[in-house]
Design a binder for this molecule. Structure first.
Ligand SMILES: *Cc1c(COP(=O)(O)O)cnc(C)c1O
Length: 393
């Protein structure tokens, strides 16, 4: 596998481990364990397992390893550890590297479960966490300290789609010696260049674009070989958050079509953003890849494209938002994103309903805000449907 090949080529061929049968499609090694010819061979494996030797599926498995190697090649990371869900990746990466007394700085605009891990779990174990407005570099500067061990943020916030300057935050955080962990779900592996931009660790919920077809939960932690094998692997393999071989196979096949799907979905999102600009039912149409986005230049430099999600702030509060959502005929009402099916979400009453109202207001999650994850349907059909639904509001 040449490292010079582009992501789409790596996504099809990267990490493949063919069995003695020479199968074309990746095999599912649906086995939890492995047998040894002799007691001596078992002893040797447990003492020092080689790159292509496996012991137990919680530690590693050939199908899981194929997924890890493939996504690491695509992301430009030295290594990867696959996990049972995106949250197993977020919590695992943080718990593996932190200890009581450490200090963490995190952006405030976080996925609800990420907020729970940082604001509740870590603090219960004696880790101090300072939250900042991730788009304000002065707040990062003020919060970072010589004892800051880690920095955590989602590069594009959900659902208001604010973008954090990865390069600038990494420069500030590296100056105090902190490890930078970026949850890059909204950028997707297709538009991510986070490691080159300075991130030490990149995390994905594979449940989103990597599967992209709503079938399986999964996640992955990417970083240096040292971090993945010395820090992450011991924690994950002993605490139980590893990915199953069947899920790894689903995700491997997802990676083969990832670039095609994500580029088509992003093109659809941009076309919709253009079509709804200035609609009288909308206070705001938020799409990072549209010139009306306040951070459009940063988006172009950091991701190239605007991703697959847009948010529409309807005038008239929750009533207008519900009327719009209920009038849509193509997008399904749900809470996943990155799926082949367009998905519409009302964050204030679902994904972000546990946040107190003042925090929602602070994050811009208004009662009128509707998030749309753009799928793979015909773009003209989607635009027609969204416009007819807006016209009913
Ligand atoms: C969905 C999501 C997660 C959690 O992933 P799961 O696979 O649902 O556990 C974490 N971070 C972000 C930004 C997400 O969108």
């Amino acid at each position: 596998m040449s490292n010079n090949w582009n992501k789409a080529t790596k996504a099809v061929h990267g990490g493949i481990r063919r069995s003695q049968y020479g199968e074309v499609s990746e095999a599912i090694f649906l086995t939890q364990g492995f047998v040894y010819d002799t007691a001596e061979a078992a002893e040797a494996r447990f003492q020092n397992a080689g790159e292509d030797e496996f012991i137990y599926a919680r530690y590693g498995n050939p199908t899981v390893k194929m997924f890890e190697d493939r996504i690491a090649l695509i992301e430009g990371a030295e290594d990867a550890f696959a996990t049972a869900s995106g949250m197993a990746a977020v919590s695992g990466a943080l718990m593996a590297m932190l200890k009581a007394g450490d200090h963490v700085v995190a952006a405030r605009a976080l996925f609800g479960s990420c907020l729970y891990v940082l604001d509740d779990v870590l603090q219960r174990f004696g880790v101090e966490v300072t939250f900042v407005d991730g788009t304000d570099l002065d707040q990062w500067r003020a919060a970072l300290r010589p004892d800051t061990a880690a920095v955590f943020f989602e590069s594009v916030s959900n659902p208001t789609l604010e973008v954090i300057d990865i390069r600038a935050v990494c420069e500030l955080a590296h100056a105090v010696g902190a490890t930078i962990l970026v949850d890059n779900v909204f950028a997707t592996p297709v538009f991510s260049d986070a490691i080159a931009q300075g991130a030490d660790v990149v995390i994905y919920s594979a449940t989103k674009h990597i599967d992209g077809q709503g079938r399986a939960l999964g996640g992955v932690i990417l970083g240096t070989k040292e971090f993945i094998r010395k820090t992450v692997e011991p924690y994950m393999k002993h605490t139980g958050g590893s990915m199953s071989p069947f899920t790894a196979w689903v995700m491997l096949k997802g990676l083969e079509t990832l670039e095609l799907r994500v580029r088509a979905q992003a093109a659809g999102a941009l076309a919709i953003a253009e079509a709804v600009q200035g609609h009288p039912a909308l206070a705001r149409a938020i799409y990072p890849g549209h010139p009306s986005h306040p951070q459009f230049d940063l988006v172009k430099a950091q991701m190239g494209k605007g991703g697959t999600v847009l948010s529409l702030d309807t005038k008239g509060g929750q009533g207008a938002a519900f009327a719009f959502v209920n009038a849509l005929k193509i997008a399904v009402i749900s809470n996943n994103l990155g799926d082949a099916k367009s998905i519409v979400t009302h964050p204030a009453t679902t994904t972000h309903s546990r946040l107190p109202e003042d925090q929602r207001a602070e994050l811009g999650i208004t009662p009128g805000l509707v998030r749309i994850s753009v799928g793979l349907e015909d773009v003209d059909d989607l635009i027609g449907d969204i416009l007819q639904a807006l016209n009913t509001v």
